[in-house]
Design a protein around this ligand. Structure first.
Ligand SMILES: [Fe+2]
Ligand SMILES: [Fe+2]
Length: 323
């Protein structure tokens, strides 16, 4: 085991110093030129991923609370099976962003994002193995726990995003991915990281590492849109229309039902394994044990709203910005 890390590892990809989603997803500034292939090889593969491989960041074990049958395990398997499907879909959709990339910097950056999402898909799926799902039952387990929710929520989002990209609208596609997919899912992933920390620190670490990537994706995606609208302000209305159609779609998706089911199972598990969460604050001044399913959902929704608003303002797409 070594604690040697690349000395010049930028703070945003160092698992010891990277901001959480709530700060990083709102404020961090990164461009596709900065996050090119050498950046990814040196700082992601050779930096953050190396920290996970070489033991700089210890890899803890899931606790018995999620290894034995019960609602807590059920909640985790349901959540990670769904995340696997979401990340796999994101990977496939990214092929189209790479295809339509208008320049070398975007081609390189979105190629790295494609690999990141494929890594996430694998990490969420492989965690199911660690939870004791037999390898031969992995695909069937993902189907059983997540296929229905995937069809209800992920398929319509995918259809919408690919529809935008089918017209060759690269920036519309970036906007859909950045605001409507990652902008919504990243704050939910932050909640997940915090929720699982005591019951399955390994699951929380997977979320943490994925979240560090998602912050970079959000930051670069927003920089791409900001640059377009700085250079071509006439494109603004077109992008606002894409956003409007996307928000309409979100209104129709049964995401709240899905989250309520997920949090209700978690709540039952929380009651059953309360001793493990003793004294643990899920956010400042709030004990996880005192929260309800509805309260956690409301917190994630607020985080997601705030993240979207600050990113839209940075992209010059906030309401009230001059056209
Ligand atoms: Fe991801
Ligand atoms: Fe991402």
């Amino acid at each position: 085991m070594s604690t040697a890390v690349t000395p010049d590892l930028p703070a945003e990809v160092d698992l010891r110093t990277a901001p959480g989603v709530l700060e990083g997803a709102r404020d961090l500034e990164l461009t596709p030129e900065r996050c090119d292939l050498p950046y990814w090889f040196d700082h992601v593969a050779g930096g953050m991923l190396r920290q996970l491989r070489d033991g700089t960041i210890p890899d803890p074990e899931p606790t018995a609370a999620v290894l034995t049958p019960g609602p807590l395990r059920e909640a985790l398997v349901t959540e990670f099976a769904f995340r696997h499907l979401a990340e796999a879909k994101a990977t496939r959709a990214l092929t189209q962003l790479v295809f339509h990339a208008p320049d070398e910097a975007c081609l390189e950056f979105f190629s790295t994002q494609l690999i990141d999402e494929a890594r996430h898909a694998r990490a969420f799926r492989d965690h199911l193995l660690r939870l004791g799902v037999p390898a031969g039952e992995l695909a069937a387990t993902v189907r059983k726990y997540a296929a229905e929710d995937g069809a209800a929520v992920l398929d319509p989002l995918e259809k919408f995003g690919l529809g935008v990209l089918d017209t060759g609208d690269f920036h519309g596609g970036v906007l859909v991915l950045t605001v409507l997919v990652e902008g919504v899912l990243a704050p939910a992933a932050e909640l997940s990281e915090r929720k699982w920390r005591r019951f399955d620190p390994a699951a929380a670490l997977i979320e943490r590492a994925a979240n560090v990537d998602e912050i970079r994706h959000l930051a670069v995606g927003s920089a791409v849109i900001r640059r377009l609208l700085t250079e071509q302000p006439g494109q603004r209305q077109r992008l606002l229309d894409v956003l409007g159609r996307g928000h309409e779609l979100w209104q129709r998706l049964p995401m709240a039902d899905l989250l309520l089911r997920r949090e209700t199972l978690f709540q039952q598990g929380l009651a059953e394994h309360a001793a493990l969460a003793e004294g643990y604050q899920v956010w400042p001044d709030r004990l996880l044990l005192d929260t309800t399913a509805q309260e956690r959902m409301a917190a994630a929704e607020l985080w997601s709203h705030e993240t979207q608003q600050s990113r839209l303002a940075y992209m010059l797409l906030a309401e009230g910005d001059a056209a």
